[in-house]
Design a protein around this ligand. Structure first.
Ligand code: UT7
Length: 356
């Protein structure tokens, strides 16, 4: 039986931290509201682009797998904030890491993007179309922050996570997955002014629009129900789940999803306090931290669940292999920067103004 196992993992978060106290200087908000309504304490603001964050995360994942970039035959980069529309950020990563034997493309399913890409990679490997696939989730959502919109500007941050998926005879891998979309409700969560539509003079400033409470309800239902169905598909009972790694959009969404599944909070991985919502990057960053913190034992059953713009949703059951330690490590890091988060956000303020 040909399976696809995760053999490497890595992350890259930029150094500049935007705290809730910083946000109090930019918009009409406060630490107490952000903490209690979202669980977020701080997020990272990037001085580089998505392909740069991705390339560093990728090199850590490759080292953990004991591979070099030329071993890869496919790179899938889940993002909705690519450096450019063309070329794809995935091909930029290919060039940056020297993955000369790999085909590369971006996947846009917003916050569900990493699980969409992981499922495609798994199916490519099982079908024999690829042997070693690099799957990345990376975002630079700070580019779109509008501090006159306090209900969205406090939520998002930047970062990248990556895994290497390899063909293997070991048992486990992606036991079941479920992907879904509902394009009829796309306007409830969107980035305006980011594409070709409705912007003939190219003067509309881009910004994130979200009907928060509606998206919240849909996220809890979709992530909970997709997780239940995917567990049934995998033939696993709830008490066989070692860890739920959900998309990190709001700690109250995570708690409500766990309650809907009747899952003990001790078996749910949460790191939203440190990074906020990094869209497609939340799950691979969380997975990397879960492995590094010893939360994943050999053979662990992991449930992933995500919901995001589109709408898109995804859930997957993944059985980890026997190795939970990296084969080697990489010294890859971002170019140094001493810019503060507030300095990096000066262009956003020049474009939109402040919310206070
Ligand atoms: O990753 C993709 C999926 N994204 C999500 O799943 C996000 C889903 N939505 C959410 O996480 C939540 O709906 C939000 C965090 C966006 C908002 O939380 P909420 O509890 O749903 O608040 P709300 O929108 O119902 O607003 C409640 C109050 C309002 O004031 P009034 O009208 O009651 O006086 C808002 O104006 O909170 C106010 N408010 C704020 N106050 C201080 C909204 N944003 C802020 C803020 N600081 N940043």
């Amino acid at each position: 039986m040909r399976n696809a196992m995760i053999t490497g993992w890595g992350k890259c978060v930029p150094p500049a931290v935007l705290s809730n106290a910083d946000l109090e200087t930019l918009t009409d908000t406060n630490d107490e509201w952000i903490t209690t309504r979202t669980g977020i304490k701080e997020r990272r603001i990037s001085h580089v682009e998505v392909s740069d964050l991705s390339a560093v995360a990728a090199q850590h994942a490759l080292a953990a797998a004991g591979l070099t970039a030329t071993d890869l035959d496919l790179i899938l980069l889940a993002t909705c904030t690519a450096d450019r529309a063309v070329p794809s950020a995935a091909t930029m990563v290919q060039a940056k890491i020297g993955a000369t034997n790999a085909a590369a493309m971006d996947v846009n399913a917003a916050c569900s993007g990493f699980l969409f890409a992981l499922s495609v990679a798994d199916q490519m490997i099982r079908a024999g179309g690829a042997q070693r696939v690099l799957v990345i989730g990376a975002e630079k959502l700070s580019f779109f922050l509008d501090f006159t919109n306090r209900s969205t500007c406090v939520l998002f941050g930047d970062g990248a996570g990556a895994v290497v998926l390899e063909a293997s005879d070991e048992s486990g891998g992606l036991l079941a997955f479920e992907l879904g979309s509902d394009g009829t409700a796309g306007d409830l969560l969107c980035i305006t002014g980011s594409g070709t539509e409705g912007n003939p003079m190219r003067t509309l400033p881009p910004g994130i629009l979200m009907e928060g409470p509606d998206v919240f309800r849909r996220a809890v239902t979709a992530m909970g129900d997709a997780s239940t169905r995917v567990l049934a598909k995998a033939g696993l009972a709830l008490d066989e789940v070692d860890l739920l790694i959900p998309h990190q959009a709001n700690v109250r969404i995570i708690d409500a999803t766990a309650r809907r599944l009747s899952l003990d909070p001790a078996r749910v991985f949460v790191n939203i306090a440190s990074y906020g919502n990094t869209s497609a990057a939340t799950i691979p960053i969380a997975l990397t931290e879960a492995v590094e913190e010893g939360r994943i034992r050999p053979g662990a059953n992991i449930v992933f669940a995500a919901f995001g713009g589109g709408f898109t949703w995804a859930a997957a059951v993944f059985r980890w292999g026997s190795r939970t330690t990296p084969i080697t490590t990489s010294a890859a890091q971002l170019p140094p920067s001493t810019a503060t988060a507030l300095e990096l956000l000066a262009p956003n303020i020049a474009l939109h103004g402040k919310g206070i």
